[in-house]
Write a protein that binds this ligand. Structure first.
Ligand SMILES: C[S@@+](CC[C@H](N)C(=O)[O-])C[C@H]1O[C@@H](n2cnc3c(N)ncnc32)[C@H](O)[C@@H]1O
Length: 306
């Protein structure tokens, strides 16, 4: 005790020094705890969402029937937002088998570039949660019905279209044709800046609710005619169209950034179509390339969708 008093008296600045040191130590300990709880946390339950970093604007489901979690900024520049997609463990073996089949397609095509992150995303998203409960074989490599005459796409096609987009964590990506929400969930494994539009309102509403329930809260989903794109959120680094258009919608080309990429099935409805990769170079010059034959449900306009 005496020694303490002596010290204080002898060096009055030191007391303040020790107090400062103590505050720094407590602060450091607190920060470390926060980081650990965000990164680790308890092992998630089956289908429970894993540790997902909160985003600005996160909150309870708002008034809109299909909602994303980020506020509508309308800004063109995406930043690296802290985001960790949810972890789902149910039926992992079936997912792993599905990914093995996707790899066989890639091996057959001699495709190697960018496949590992896509394989990881496909292995992570619980496809069985995106198909109706009475649909068996959720992990078969084929399109499956989701109601309203629509389908969830074949896993290999989902994987290949995702790969073609060359997404980064700051990419802003627009999907036309939300359907079940599965493709949108896969996209969140690359970037939290995911926007999706579905023309069949009950599907759009259900997909929005499903994505939130499963922890894919960053997806901004809305009902509407995707032909027009989403001008308020444009421009996009990538656009993925999961329904077949007779021609590439001009608003989508306009809303693609210079350097951006679009994948879209182009052709007549109810026929085989050509999967087209459209790229826009730094000067805004557009090039298209047909990659393979595919069969998608048609992109319909509001007058046709009733
Ligand atoms: C093959 S499904 C999409 C599958 C979906 N990506 C998924 O992961 O489940 C095509 C979807 O495009 C939708 N669609 C058709 N025309 C559209 C349009 N003009 N705007 C937005 N969505 C449209 C259909 O209603 C259908 O749900």
């Amino acid at each position: 005790m005496e020694r303490m008093i002596d010290r204080t008296r002898l060096a009055p600045g030191r007391a303040a020094g020790w107090a400062l040191l103590a505050m720094v130590a407590i602060g450091t300990f607190w920060c470390a705890l926060t980081v650990l709880s965000r990164r680790g946390g308890p092992a998630p339950e089956d289908l429970a969402t894993g540790p997902v970093a909160a985003l600005p604007g996160d909150g309870p489901a708002a008034s809109a029937p299909t909602t994303g979690s980020r506020p509508a900024t309308g800004t063109a520049t995406a930043t690296a937002t802290p985001w960790r997609p949810p972890r789902h463990t149910a039926r992992q073996t079936e997912r792993d088998d599905m990914v093995r089949v996707i790899r066989l397609h890639w091996r057959r095509d001699g495709t190697t570039e960018g496949i590992e992150p896509v394989a990881a995303a496909m292995a992570a998203v619980p496809r069985h949660e995106f198909v109706p409960a009475d649909v068996a074989a959720a992990y078969d490599d084929r399109a499956l019905p989701i109601g309203y005459g629509q389908t969830i796409s074949q896993p290999y096609i989902v994987a290949e279209m995702t790969r073609l987009l060359k997404l980064t964590p700051t990419s802003r990506v627009l999907e036309i044709g939300t359907g079940s929400g599965y493709q949108a969930a896969v996209l969140t494994h690359f970037t939290p800046h995911v926007y999706t539009i579905e023309i069949v309102k009950p599907l759009a509403d259900a997909a929005g609710r499903r994505l939130r329930r499963l922890g894919y809260r960053v997806v901004d989903a809305r009902a509407g005619d995707g032909w027009h794109g989403w001008a308020a959120k444009a421009p996009f680094d990538a656009i993925i169209v999961t329904c077949a258009a007779r021609q590439i919608p001009p608003p989508l080309i306009k809303q693609l950034k210079p350097g951006g990429r679009m994948v879209i099935p182009v052709g007549r409805p109810h026929m085989t179509q050509s999967l087209v990769l459209l790229t826009k170079d730094a000067d805004g010059k557009v090039r298209t390339r047909s990659l393979m034959w595919v069969g998608f449900v048609p992109l319909v306009r509001p007058s046709e969708s009733k």
